[in-house]
Every structure is written in C-alpha cells, then in structure tokens.
Ligand binder design. Structure first.
Ligand SMILES: [Zn+2]
Length: 259
C-alpha cells in the first residue's frame, strides 16, 4: 500500500516549542520505497510510537525541504536510525546546500553513514527507488527552501512547504493531491518568517485545482481557529475537497482522491 503518514502537523516556533501539535514531518511510502520528509523535533519518537510502528531502518532516504528546526530538528538521529547506528551504510539524504554548508543542520560525522548526499537545487529531477520527484524554483523564505512535486503512482502529489506567497506559486504545483503548509489564518504584512495564510491557500487552490488539498504545519492562529473548521469552510468556498491533517493521520494514496 502506498501512503503518506503525518507524524506532525505543527508549524512555526510557538506551536512546535510548546508541542501543541507534534512536529515529526511526514513518512511517504510508495511500493517498497520509504522516504522521510522534514524530520522535525520528535520524528524518531513519533515513528517508533506509530501504530503500526514505522521502522526507521526501512527508510531509503530522508529529505529536508529547508533547514529550519521545525523541519530538521531530528535529521541527525533519523539518519543514525536509518543506518542502524551508522553501522549499515545506506540511504540517500536530500537537502538544500545551505543545510549542509554554512551553519549546517546535518552533522558532518553523520553524513558518512548514508550512501549519498544529494543537494537539492532549483528545477531539478530526483529519484529514489519508486519515488520520482522534482523541485520548482526556490521559495521565498529566509533560508534555501524547495517545494516538491512527486510523480508517483497512483497519485501525483505536490508539497508546498514554507514560503511567502508569490504569483508563480500556484502554477508550480499541479499535483492531484496538494499538501500545503499554512501557518497563518490571516496574512500580516510584517511576517518576518514569510509564511502562507489561508487567503494565499484560497488563491493557490483556485488556480492549481488539485483534487484534494491537505492543510498542515499550523501556527498558533490556525490552531486557535480549529483547522478542521477552516478546512470545511474552505472546501465549501472553493468547491474542491480540503482536509486538515491531524497528528498520525495516514492517507492511503490508492483511495485518497476518490469520493
Ligand atoms: Zn521555515
């Protein structure tokens, strides 16, 4: 079974540091290939406590969309767990250059545990086992950040990670399933971190027309407004299926867009 499981739906510093939602990122499984996306704080614990348990030593790779801590806090321990303490050299680490170079989040000694480190760049194609994906142009975020388009069977998935809204954004992510990191309920002009709001999500859905949209990575204003209420209102307004991810939610990719 191909699936994506959300091991955390927290976004930005407050919700993550208080653990109002978990912050473990997501596990993507396609056929026999397992890829971990954005192992934020608690990723390892969330994997092992998952029911059924997700075993890190079955991972084929780990990917960071960017180096902010809510996306990368557990990257080192997840690499160690994937490689059974570093004794079984295996797997691929995908990360933007700045997560590896200046002020890196991936420790140098841990990098020798993986088979390969692939540096993410703009508009590039990558493959790991049965998972094929590409990056689009760089996001507008304080650090080097990439969204992803997964060309996988049976469903294409787009993942819009942290970014400030920019006009080209909707046309870059055309997957049948759109996973979108929406930190804010309302836009604020002086957001120092550059995140999306529900207004931005509306604009994106209307243009990109995904079959299913999944909201995740919630900041405080989203949590207070109850993400499932926001998702239901949004669905009514835009006329396509919208759901709010919850911690531990597993989406079966075979049936995800059927209704
Ligand atoms: Zn970020």
């Amino acid at each position: 079974m191909s699936f994506i499981k959300f091991l955390g739906t927290a976004g930005a510093r407050f919700v993550v540091s208080k653990q109002l939602r978990a912050s473990g990122g997501a596990w993507l499984s396609v056929g026999k290939t397992n890829l971990y996306i954005d192992p934020g704080p608690g990723a390892l614990v969330r994997c092992l406590n998952s029911k059924p348990k997700l075993e890190p030593s079955t991972l084929d790779g780990i990917l960071l969309t960017h180096k902010h801590l809510d996306h990368s806090g557990d990257v080192n321990i997840m690499i160690e767990a994937m490689t059974e303490g570093g004794f079984k050299k295996r797997g691929i680490l995908f990360a933007p250059g700045d997560a590896l170079e200046d002020d890196p989040v991936v420790l140098k000694y841990v990098r020798s545990y993986v088979d390969k480190v692939e540096v993410l760049k703009e508009n590039s194609e990558y493959r790991i086992g049965e998972i094929q994906f590409s990056t689009a142009q760089k996001h507008q975020h304080r650090v080097e950040t990439y969204g992803l388009n997964f060309k996988i069977s049976p469903r294409t998935i787009s993942l819009i990670t942290d970014t400030k809204f920019f006009p080209e954004l909707p046309s870059l992510y055309r997957g049948e399933i759109l996973i979108i990191h929406v930190v804010r309920l309302k836009p604020i002009g002086d957001d120092p971190i550059d995140h999306l709001s529900i207004e931005d999500v509306k604009t994106i859905i209307k243009k990109a027309k995904p079959k299913l949209t999944i909201l995740t990575h919630f900041g405080m204003t989203m949590i207070k407004a109850k993400p499932w209420v926001i998702a239901a209102d949004l669905e009514k307004e835009v006329g396509v299926k919208v759901i709010a991810a919850s911690d531990g939610m597993k989406l079966d990719l075979e049936v995800a867009t059927e209704s």
